[in-house]
Design a protein around this ligand. Structure first.
Ligand SMILES: C[S@@+](CC[C@H](N)C(=O)[O-])C[C@H]1O[C@@H](n2cnc3c(N)ncnc32)[C@H](O)[C@@H]1O
Length: 255
């Protein structure tokens, strides 16, 4: 079984703080300055995020007929195809609302890491971490655009509901592709432009006001393919897209 310390790239050291490993300096905050981005680093939002904000946000993005939170968890688990003992990374994990489901899926022999740049989100993730579960996730404060892990260190990487808030999302996708092991899988959930307006126009209106980026239909699928991933598949639900892919080959470290 790998431990968090085995997955970190050489030279990446941080400070253990409030139950998570902080790999960003005291003044470093890559979360962005627009309103939606600042909310993620606020004190109040993490308290209501999982039970109120995120379910409502999912409905706004995917409509009343969208999958809902249980459905999204099922889709993530399906796309990641997790097995006992896997190493899993949840990028921009927020309060760990998906991270904990991954820990349950891989069991005590696996390792699950939730990564986020927001101290308040991570503090909430640590509070929500179940005591009795032998597969408790480890949490790390770092930037999605500079993942502190070795190349090919994870069997599965998830990034749900975050790329649209990340300042340089295509760099984050490149980083996600870099840390997936041969045979490993990726699952993304983000926005997608629909309707008559080109993505650039919708984005130019929505992003300055909210911080939420509207992706063109091929932006994420192309970025994954550019990162060397194959079997890139997209499923659109309302104004959201679920995208999955895998790195070719098989993981020599797999049991
Ligand atoms: C809307 S939450 C998503 C949480 C969870 N993945 C979900 O699906 O509900 C977006 C998260 O992205 C994080 N985030 C934004 N920019 C980031 C960056 N550059 N690096 C790491 N995390 C970032 C925010 O702090 C926030 O916790």
């Amino acid at each position: 079984m790998a431990a968090l310390s085995d997955l970190l790239a050489p030279g990446r050291a941080g400070e253990e703080r409030d139950g998570y490993l902080d790999l960003l300096g005291a003044g470093e905050d890559p979360t962005g300055s627009r309103p939606g981005q600042r909310l993620m680093a606020s004190r109040v939002l993490p308290l209501i995020y999982e039970r109120l904000w995120r379910p409502l946000g999912g409905r706004v993005l995917m409509g009343a007929l969208g999958p809902g939170m249980a459905g999204e968890r099922r889709i993530a688990l399906e796309m990641l195809g997790l097995g006992a003992g896997d190493a899993v990374l949840d990028v921009a994990c927020g309060p760990g609302n998906f991270t904990r489901a991954f820990a349950d899926a891989v069991g005590a022999g696996g390792v699950v890491v939730g990564l986020d740049a927001s101290r308040t989100m991570l503090a909430q993730a640590v509070r929500e971490r179940p005591d009795g579960n032998p597969a408790r996730p480890a949490y790390v404060r770092a930037s999605a655009t500079d993942l502190p892990f070795r190349d090919g260190s994870f069997d599965a990487v998830c990034c749900f509901a975050a790329l649209y808030l990340i300042e340089d999302p295509l760099l984050a996708v490149a980083e996600i592709a870099r840390v997936v092991a041969p045979g490993g899988r990726v699952a993304l959930l983000s926005s997608v432009a629909r309707g008559p307006l080109p993505a650039g126009v919708s984005d130019a209106v929505v992003r300055p006001l909210t911080g939420v980026r509207i992706f063109g239909r091929d932006d994420l699928t192309r970025a994954l393919a550019d990162g060397g991933l194959v079997d890139v598949r997209r499923r659109v639900s309302g104004l959201a897209q679920f995208v999955s892919a895998r790195r070719p080959g098989s993981n020599p470290a797999a049991p």
